[in-house]
Design a protein around this ligand. Structure first.
Ligand SMILES: Nc1ncnc2c1ncn2[C@@H]1O[C@H](COP(=O)(O)OP(=O)(O)OP(=O)(O)O)[C@@H](O)[C@H]1O
Length: 305
């Protein structure tokens, strides 16, 4: 299942399992990530995402199943494989007393790549150039997270693992990182990452796996997941324009609620409902919201409101 048999696969997992006592953290996961793919692993807290990614990284060892990383098993550690992987974990370690620049130079030297150039490039990549001479221990949480990402990329790895890389970032820094990740993908790198930001996964990922209780419950492109879910469109009408009772009487409306100053009409027949609304009250102020990945996710993870 590895090497020449799957030359275009960055990762192949077959029936991978990992237990902690009675907890089945990873409970029989099989998946395949293509080279050059941007692959998202989504799921609620405790679903097993970190365990799964750390098995791929070789940081944890599966109880059973097969794992192939760029055609090689991740354990025992393979010194030829390690430089091809970039790893940012939720608990990234730092040289806290060094400056951001010194930290990156040290990481670069560990990988045997030119230190000054790697540090300059890494600092610019994640927007830390102006903080280059600040000690790591004095950086904010979000700045440290960006440094962790730059550290994972210092040696220009082929396959990049990022565990919630945008968790501590403000909206602007998040968007900046999106740009960096898109550029990496554009340069042919493979990215496997976890996030709780569903809008982000929808914007960035070629495919996502939704993991619940150690199992993959859905795996596809965001477009196919949303399109295949058969979820209703919401039509929002300002509350002063229509009563919920009147809205419920419109042909094609399946459900009506009131939220945020709007009467919310759920429908699978959007065009028919909009046309009826137009005849009844006109469409001024009316908004439509189609289902997105977050709606699919909430349904699959059982957290639908
Ligand atoms: N070292 C460990 N020892 C015992 N149990 C563990 C260990 N690591 C994880 N677990 C348990 O395994 C399950 C999966 O944890 P994991 O951290 O992989 O989930 P996650 O999806 O990454 O969660 P989060 O979104 O909160 O980061 C949880 O029930 C967790 O408590």
């Amino acid at each position: 299942m590895s090497g020449p048999a799957e030359p275009d696969a960055a990762l192949v997992l077959s029936d991978v399992r990992k237990r902690y006592g009675t907890v089945r953290a990873v409970d029989g996961i099989s998946l395949r990530v293509r080279r050059g793919e941007f692959f998202g692993v989504l799921g609620p807290n405790g679903a097993g995402k970190t365990t799964l990614i750390e098995i791929m990284e070789g940081l944890r060892v599966a109880d059973s199943g097969a794992v192939s990383v760029l055609g090689h098993p991740p354990v025992p550690r393979d010194v030829a494989l390690l430089p091809r992987l970039g790893v940012q974990t939720q608990k990234s370690a730092f040289f806290a007393r060094l400056t951001a620049r010194e930290h990156l130079e040290t990481v670069a030297r560990l990988y045997g790549v030119p230190a000054a150039r790697a540090a300059d490039h890494g600092l610019a990549l994640v927007g830390l150039t102006e903080h280059a001479d600040r000690r790591v221990e004095k950086l904010s949480g979000g700045q440290r997270q960006r440094l962790a990402i730059a550290s994972a990329l210092a040696h220009e790895p082929e396959l990049i693992f990022l565990d919630e890389p945008t968790a501590a970032l403000d909206p602007q820094a998040r968007r900046d990182l999106w740009r960096v990740l898109r550029e990496l993908k554009g340069a042919g790198r493979t990215i496997v990452y976890t996030t709780h930001h569903l809008d982000e996964a929808e914007a960035l990922c070629d495919r996502v796996a939704i993991v619940v209780a150690g199992r993959v419950v859905a795996l596809d492109t965001p477009v196919n997941l949303v399109g295949g879910a058969g979820l209703p469109t919401r039509v929002l009408v300002p509350e002063d324009r229509i009563t919920p009772e009147r809205a419920a009487g419109i042909d094609g409306v399946d459900r009506v609620s009131v939220s945020g100053g709007a009467v919310v009409l759920e429908t699978m027949a959007t065009a028919r409902v909009l046309s009826a609304l137009d005849d009844l009250i006109g469409l001024a102020g009316v908004q439509t919201r189609t289902a997105d990945l977050e709606d699919v996710y909430l349904r699959l993870t059982g957290a639908e409101a």
